[in-house]
Design a protein around this ligand. Sequence first.
Ligand code: NDP
Length: 389
Amino acid sequence: MKRISIFGATGSIGQSTLDLIGRRMDDFQVVVLTGGANIAQLAGDALKFRPELVVTAYPEKLDDLRAALEGSGIECAAGQDALVEAATRPADWIMSAIVGVAGLAPGLKALEQGTTLALANKESLVTAGPLLLDTARKHGATILPVDSEHSAIFQGLVGEEMSAVERIIITASGGAFRDWPIEDLRNATCAQASTHPNWDMGQRITIDSASMFNKALEVIETKEFFGCDPKMIEVLVHPESLIHALVGFNDGALIAHVGAPDMRHAIGYALNWPDRAHLPVERLDLAAIGRMTFRAPDDTRYPALRLAREVMETGGLSGAVLNGAKERALDHFIAGRIRFTDMADLVAGALDQLSRRNTLHLPVTLDNVAQLDHLARKAADQIAMDLVT
Ligand code: NDP
């Protein structure tokens, strides 16, 4: 039986992971489940999957969690330290699906145990790529990508040498506003930005798709994970979201990964890796689909892509700044304080400010990532305030 822990079990990726595990209960033993505020979901899943330990990120929720699991014999804990400690519980496979930079410390701790980390938490690679990869190397741990594009690239590279790869093409749906006139983006509302044309995801990541900040994170993630020259990475708008990524080789061949937009595909690939196993995902009928379309992304419509290139060139802690500032920009947009198009200006401003303070090239450590994340949020707040007043 494979021992499995799921960090961020109550979220969209966590629930899809549990869906797959629930279909093969005899093959898996759940060790740890973690969540945040959604205690009803966490406790319900704990009673179904019977882990050894359940952790909520929030200490003030511990009493509710204990009450919900009373008499079950399942251990309960709370807080960020408890999350990190939970990553030391022996497990063969750990899903990193906490949202945001909070996922970094538990993921690093898991890698220090030499385990296999299925990495959905893209912020880990964006903010601390070198630290994550060094830790994995040092402890003989394996990182498996779970973001659908990175899983697609990973699958395209099976049996191949990186030296034969000329380019990596990541597709993007183009988000909610891909067909809007650029001049209308300024007035786009939060409700309009929160509807994704193809994927069913949470509100924040859906808005990040509309602004392409999600793709910006993925481009940086690609550079970090596959260790490739940023110039090799291309973004291609593909409104149907059926091809997730393509790998281009030195003989001109392009290997594409084609599949239904369902995260259980990438999660299932990581869960069964290095084998493949049956997955309950839609089988595509290409004849019925008929055609797939592609177009080049426009940097004026999607300034986030330009910012991602800037971050890849700068390196160091600039990814932590982009991510932190982007999170705050998103908070301000959701709260109605800034416009959709202001989000990129907040991020660009934060990158500029912190670069001028020479903070981007401090060593990539957990403490420095936290510090730069904090400074980036502060800078973004200040720029937002200047815009409002
Ligand atoms: P969700 O917001 O749906 O879930 C996030 C999870 O993290 C929940 O379990 C949540 O708990 C928990 N959580 C929230 N805040 C904290 C915190 N401060 N400390 C610890 N745990 C916390 O996110 P998704 O599942 O959509 O995404 C998870 C990660 O995977 C993200 O990094 C995302 O970018 C990435 N990803 C997501 C994809 C998707 O299709 N959704 C696709 C590819 C990558 P609770 O809900 O109980 O508060």
